[in-house]
Design a protein around this ligand. Structure first.
Ligand code: FAD
Length: 106
């Protein structure tokens, strides 16, 4: 794609926000829906080398849709894997809700 970085930045915004707003106690249907979203996402993300590595990573580290917290942590780790690959610094996953849900404390 023309701009892997812009695409990535905006995609992470969508994915982390989806995880942050996922229910704390999801219904079975919501779990299935989130699982199939990520499955489909990993097959259709329009950056082929990103997609291939993400699919491998998802195969080794299956998605956890048990709760908002579990999903957000899983996604944070997947993003950190990409950060590592790109030589970016690791994000502190205890800060994931501060970044993507509540904003920084006053
Ligand atoms: P980004 O990595 O886009 O992060 C955006 C913001 O998210 C950061 O500013 C920070 O506030 C927050 N953040 C950072 N890490 C985490 C975390 N672990 N958890 C929660 N929040 C976090 N690019 C490539 O060149 N090669 C690839 O193989 C590749 N694979 C990708 C796979 C996927 C599934 C996606 C969505 C993107 C991929 N990208 C890849 C793009 C890459 O991850 C970045 O989006 C891009 O390089 C722009 O980086 P950035 O520095 O703006 O921050």
């Amino acid at each position: 794609p023309a701009d892997v970085k812009t695409l990535g930045r905006h995609t992470w915004t969508l994915l982390h926000t989806m995880a942050a707003y996922y229910p704390e106690k999801p219904e079975p249907k919501q779990k299935e829906s989130m699982k199939s979203f990520f499955q489909s996402f990993s097959e259709n993300y329009p950056c082929w080398f990103c997609k291939n590595d993400f699919q491998k990573d998802m195969a080794e580290n299956p998605i956890n849709v048990a709760s908002r917290e579990a999903l957000s942590e899983w996604l944070c780790k997947r993003h950190n894997k990409v950060n590592e690959k790109l030589g970016k610094k690791q994000f502190d996953c205890t800060k994931v809700f501060e970044r993507w849900l509540t904003g920084p404390p006053n």
